[in-house]
Design a protein around this ligand. Structure first.
Ligand code: CA
Ligand code: ZN
Length: 299
């Protein structure tokens, strides 16, 4: 199994001008090591949060050049396995997240991870291992790894878990895929601006799909197909995720827009990924049983 370690290179910006640290053929399965979103700078309760280097935030490991990926293709990313370290870290601070206006100093907390639980003081939280930052090089200028977009990036979507498959629009030769910012747990919204941040290793299979295009990432798991959109406001993100999904179902099924709109109003879910990154991220979620009844594949 190919392993890509963090010492081979990390990025703080998804950019088509980045040099790849690894070249793989379409269909390759590899394991990617990642730092946590603070680049592992907070290791003990004694670490002064004010002393950490805030330029070293949200590193993503890569980028990986996938042979034959061309602008206009789709990169399919199957998340085979997520392995996380044995402790996580969370922070709060002034102007950070939804409650930042009420918090007057930076504070961090180390959370041990034991027996599939996150230990939060005397409380035990269930694990929901997920990937915060995952994506490809964007179309135009580079986008820092803290900001989500049509290329993916910091989507902080709790559905990006083991067993999920993501589909990204390819904007650059080789796609230039990278990931980082693992969370041991995170709720929809990521309201404090940190999940339970943790380092780890992710095993993915990268595959190029020809003959179909996307304008924003999609995600599939055993039960649902989802459209993910990031925008300046949550309203805009939620509405665009919905309309992109409806347009795609209309296109694939050949049924009228009015009918698919009614159908999605009956069975689709408009959900929040995160409300704290520079752009907001929403997803529109469609159960697979309805796609089966419509007899369509979305990708
Ligand atoms: Ca994040
Ligand atoms: Zn994070």
């Amino acid at each position: 199994m190919t392993v890509l370690t963090v010492d081979k290179g990390i990025i703080y910006e998804f950019n088509k001008l980045n040099s790849p640290t690894k070249v793989v053929a379409s269909g390759t399965t590899l394991t990617i090591e990642t730092y946590d979103c603070f680049q592992n700078q907070i290791q003990s309760p004694e670490t002064e949060v004010t002393a950490i280097d805030w330029n070293k935030i949200n590193p993503a490991t890569g980028p990986i050049y996938v042979e034959d990926a061309k602008p206009g293709d789709i990169l399919k990313v199957k998340i085979e396995k997520i392995k996380i370290g044995d402790q996580g870290v969370m922070v709060v601070g002034p102007e950070l997240g939804v409650m930042g206006h009420k918090i007057d100093q930076m504070e961090s907390k180390i959370l041990p991870i034991k027996n599939e639980k996150v230990l939060f003081n005397d409380l035990e939280l269930p694990l929901n291992k997920m990937i915060g930052v995952i994506g490809v090089a964007p179309e135009g200028e580079g986008v820092n790894c803290g900001t989500p977009g049509a290329h993916g990036g910091n989507m902080d979507n709790k559905m990006v878990t083991e067993g999920a498959t993501l589909y990204f629009p390819v904007f650059a030769e080789g796609a230039l895929f990278a990931l980082g910012d693992l969370h041991a747990a995170m709720g929809d919204g990521e309201v404090s601006v940190s999940g339970v941040e943790v380092a780890g290793e992710v095993t993915v299979t990268l595959e190029v799909i020809k003959g179909d295009t996307l304008s924003h990432p999609m995600l599939e798991n055993d039960d649902v197909f989802t459209q993910i959109v990031s925008a300046e406001t949550l309203d805009k993100a939620a509405k665009l995720a919905t309309s992109e999904m409806i347009d795609r179902i209309v296109e694939k099924s050949g049924r009228p827009l009015s009918e698919i709109t009614m159908l999605m109003s009956a069975v689709g879910q408009s959900e929040i990924c995160q409300i704290v990154d520079p752009l907001m991220t929403a997803r529109f979620v469609v159960p697979k049983w309805v796609l089966k009844q419509l007899d369509i594949q979305l990708v």
